[in-house]
Design a protein around this ligand. Sequence first.
Ligand code: NAD
Length: 261
Amino acid sequence: MPVGTNSAQTSARGPELLGKRALVTGAASGIGAAVARRLAAAGAQVIAVDRAADAVEALAAEIDAEARVVDLVDPDAAAPLGERADIVVNNAGLQHVAPIHQFPTDVFSTMLRVMVESPFRIVRTALPGMYTRGWGRIINISSVHGLRASPFKSAYVTAKHAIEGLSKTIALEGAAHGVTSNCVCPGYVRTPLVERQVAEQAELHRVPEDQVVEDVLLARTPIKRLVEPTEVAELALWLCGPATASITGASFPMDGGWAAN
Ligand code: NAD
C-alpha cells in the first residue's frame, strides 16, 4: 500500500450498539454524518440533529434514523435533545477566521453557544437517565484546536478548549455511574467546513488556494494528508464499545502528528 494512504481495516460490525439511543449533532454533513452512519451500522438507534433540514432528513432516511431540525445557537432548544440518550456525540460546529481585533462579537457569541453551551445543556439533560441506567457515553468532537491555538481562530480555539474542560468534568462526575466522557481531536478533516476555510486562508495568507492545504493547513502536520470523516467515526464507535469502559476524561488527537510538535 502506498505511503500516506489509510491502511487501517474497518471491522464489519464494531461494538454492538443494539438498543442504544445515540444523539449525534451536526449530523447533516461531514464528521457528524459519518459518525451517524457508523453508529447506525453498529445497531444504534440514531437521533440525527442539525439545523439543515433537508440534509438531515435525507441522512436520517438513509440510515433509518430520527431527524430533529434544531438550531443549536439556542441552548434552550438544545436542552430537550438529551432526553433518553445513551450516547451523545457533540459534533455540531462552525468556524470563522479573523484577527481578534476584527472578530465580529456576535459570531464569537454564536460559536460559543453552538459548541459549548448547547453541548452542556444536552449533557445536563442526558445524564440523569444515563445515571439511572448505569451506562452512558459522551463523545465530544473537539479538535487539535482544543489542545493547541492558531492565529485568527479565537472563538474556535476558545470553544474547543472549553469543551475539553467540560468533557473532563463530566468524566469525573459520571465515573461512579458508568458514564464516560472523552474528546476526539482531529486535525484537518476532508469536510465542507475545511473546504470553506481554504478560500479564507488563501486570502489571509496571500497564497493560491491550491497551496493552502499543504503549505498552510498542514504546515505543522507531519502526515501530509487530510483525515477522512470515516476515520473519526471509527474512533467514536470504539469509544462506545466494551474495550473502552476505563477510558474517560481523555482526549484523542487524530491529527497526523500535529500535536506532537
Ligand atoms: P461541517 O460544516 O461539514 O458540518 C457541521 C454540521 O454542523 C453542519 O451540518 C451544520 O449544519 C451543523 N451546524 C452548524 N451550526 C449549527 C447550529 N447552530 N445548529 C445545528 N447544526 C449546526 O463540519 P465538520 O468538518 O464535519 O465539523 C464537525 C465538527 O468537527 C465540528 O465541531 C468541528 O469543529 C470539528 N472538527 C472539524 C475538523 C475538520 O477539519 N473538518 C477538524 C477538527 C474538528
